[in-house]
Design a protein around this ligand. Structure first.
Ligand SMILES: NC(=O)c1ccc[n+]([C@@H]2O[C@H](COP(=O)([O-])OP(=O)(O)OC[C@H]3O[C@@H](n4cnc5c(N)ncnc54)[C@H](OP(=O)(O)O)[C@@H]3O)[C@@H](O)[C@H]2O)c1
Length: 285
């Protein structure tokens, strides 16, 4: 439904005066990223991959030299102080969660254009943020690291203070990074956990499959190629066909065949419960 945007020059925007159509086709000109560690950097890479002018991405980190390193490697604009971000068209908060309210407090004094603010911090609610910056035009989201190659899965929720135009602008930005799904705020935790933490599970699974392949004589690099391509294809088949995964599994398990024996061995080792327990354990913390 939402299309990607290509970079082109437009002047700075006033959200109250432009039509929704204009917002829809407009690339966001000046993007301020506050915090550029693992997630902030992944977002920056995804935006640049999608054609965003790196110079129009303003980056503030805890240590200025880290922003300077990103300027060197990615061509972004490094800034030293939050006040340097006063005329931004959109803000992305990607600091550790413990710094979000402090950052928002400062932002409330400098956000001259009432630009939308995207927080990627897990676990910091709208209520907590709005207590610091009343009426802030906020969108909360939980991206995952594949946003760096525009194949992210980002769940998001919007606050009631976000106008339609601000919401469109913010979602257009997120759509540059991959797939997006809007969920109610009380479902953001589980949606974000499934998308944000599971890449690590998948990596462990890839490594385990590769160990099995190497144990049985396959070259390591070749095994990674086979496994990752198999995973891409399996995920694409499930996503595109929308066929129940149990049926897809049935399709590759012939009676008395090898694959069903492997599935049974996984069940014997509590494969499904191990996955469910991993997610439940994360959510208990
Ligand atoms: N990593 C993920 O997969 C993931 C997924 C979903 C959501 N998130 C959320 O993303 C946020 C960042 O996580 P992360 O994994 O990217 O953490 P991280 O790698 O530790 O990065 C934190 C960033 O915040 C910067 N920072 C620290 N103090 C700052 C300040 N006063 N002003 C501006 N920037 C400051 C750090 O800069 P210096 O290094 O220069 O101090 C660093 O660039 C968290 O809220 C997390 O919940 C992360």
């Amino acid at each position: 439904m939402w299309s990607s945007l290509k970079a082109y020059s437009v002047p700075s925007i006033s959200y109250d005066k432009i039509t929704e159509k204009e917002v829809n086709r407009r690339v966001i000109m000046k993007i301020s990223i506050i915090g550029a560690g693992k997630m902030g950097t992944a977002i920056i890479k995804g935006l640049i991959n999608n054609g965003q002018n790196p110079k129009q991405i303003l980056v503030k980190t805890g240590h200025y030299e880290n922003a300077l390193n990103l300027r060197q490697s990615l061509g972004i604009t490094a800034v030293q102080a939050l006040s340097d971000l006063a005329t931004s068209d959109i803000y992305i908060l990607a600091t550790p969660a413990t710094l979000i309210t402090k950052t928002l407090s400062e932002l409330s004094n400098i956000n001259q254009q009432n630009a939308p603010i995207i927080s990627v911090a897990a676990g910091v609610s709208f209520d907590e943020m709005l207590a610091i910056y009343p009426n802030a035009p906020l969108l909360r989201c939980i991206p995952n690291t594949p946003v760096a190659i525009n194949q992210g899965m980002t769940s998001f929720s919007t606050s009631s203070h976000l106008s339609d135009n601000q919401k469109t602008l913010a979602i257009n930005l997120l759509n540059q990074l991959g797939h997006t799904i809007e969920v109610p705020e009380d479902k953001l935790g589980i949606a974000g956990t499934i998308a944000g933490c599971s890449p690590a599970f998948i990596d462990v699974f890839i490594e385990a499959l590769s160990d099995a392949a190497v144990t049985n004589g396959l070259d390591r690099a070749l095994s990674y190629e086979i496994i990752t391509e198999m995973m891409k294809g399996s995920a694409a088949l499930a996503a595109e066909s929308k066929i129940h995964p149990g049926i897809l599994k049935d399709d590759v398990t012939s009676p008395g065949g090898d694959t069903i024996k492997g599935v049974v061995a996984l069940e014997k080792n509590n494969f499904r419960f191990a996955v469910i327990d991993a997610i439940n354990t994360i959510l208990q913390d």
